[in-house]
Design a protein around this ligand. Structure first.
Ligand SMILES: [Zn+2]
Length: 299
């Protein structure tokens, strides 16, 4: 975390959100990341898993990723140095699941889990509390408005990381050369299988992003990850200037690994939406250190 974040540690994060004009509530903490009915757990906040993915990336970077790959990613981002590359990689790992924060994503709470009576009850409780906290749940989502969360991430991320160009709709890529890296990175994040994400797919996903209420939720999630990592999301155009999308293939693999290690199913205890972001950050760092140490990577 940055010095700025630590100095500011006494202020409640909700207050800071309102000062920055982003969001006046902690509604974003009510987005779920994992639902598990098997034990006393029930659901883990998405933001807790997102910041854990960032910490996992930082630990992998320090202890597991080999120097030649670190150098190649630094070149892929056209980054100033490896330290800023690791921060950008951590930020991108954290926001890679952003697309889950959508009407259809949230509507699929616990889908496929049993017993149904328990699922109905816990989903009902979650919905009531989330609505009260200000999460813009809309109930049943039309099939035409559903999309793969990974595609939603690609559709919304550039706009939340510095592209403010007017007149580009439905996830279209702008023509500002300084913003090209944002699009390349957003498209590469979840492409660890080497397939290419088409503009049509992104445009379709854009229609499933929900209204301005959801934009505010996703903006708050991006800010939470940025604060955890210690970077300004608006500085991304300067930090991410990839020259060739193929150089970011390795990024997709590392992001997938970070997400695998940070899913709620990996931990015995879930975070609470009432936890402060500082508590979630501290927990994320601890879990990442322990997980990577267990892999035998940490020295
Ligand atoms: Zn732009």
């Amino acid at each position: 975390m940055s010095d700025e974040v630590e100095q500011d540690g006494n202020t409640r994060d909700e207050d800071r959100m309102s000062e920055s004009g982003e969001l006046n509530t902690s509604a974003y903490k009510w987005c779920w990341g994992t639902v598990d009915l098997s034990d006393r757990l029930v659901w883990n906040p998405l933001v807790a898993e997102m910041v854990t993915a960032s910490s996992m990336m930082l630990e992998l970077w320090k202890h597991v990723v080999d120097p030649s790959l670190r150098g190649s990613l630094a070149a892929g981002f056209a980054a100033e140095d490896e330290r800023s590359t690791s921060q950008v990689a951590a930020f991108l790992a954290g926001v890679s699941r952003l697309g889950h924060a959508s009407p259809s994503g949230m509507d699929s709470f616990g889908r496929g889990q049993r017993p149904l009576s328990l699922l109905d009850r816990v989903r009902g409780e979650w919905q009531a509390q989330a609505l009260r906290a200000g999460l813009p749940l809309s109930g049943a989502v039309p099939r035409s408005r559903q999309a793969d969360p990974e595609h939603i991430t690609a559709a919304v991320l550039p706009r939340l990381t510095g592209c403010d160009c007017a007149d580009y709709v439905d996830g279209e890529q702008c023509h500002d050369r300084d913003h090209r890296g944002l699009y390349v990175a957003a498209y590469a994040l979840n492409r660890h299988r080497g397939d290419v994400l088409h503009a049509d797919t992104v445009a379709k996903a854009y229609r499933a992003t929900g209204g301005p209420g959801w934009d505010a939720i996703r903006s708050a999630l991006v800010n939470a990850v940025a604060r955890h990592v210690g970077i300004d999301p608006e500085s991304l155009p300067r930090l991410v200037r990839p020259t060739d999308p193929r150089r970011l293939t390795a990024l997709g693999r590392l992001v997938a690994q970070s997400n695998l290690l940070s899913g709620g199913g990996t931990f015995r205890e879930f975070a609470s939406p009432h936890d402060t972001l500082e508590e979630m950050s501290a927990q994320a760092e601890k879990r990442a250190r322990e997980a990577v140490a267990r892999m035998g990577g940490a020295r």
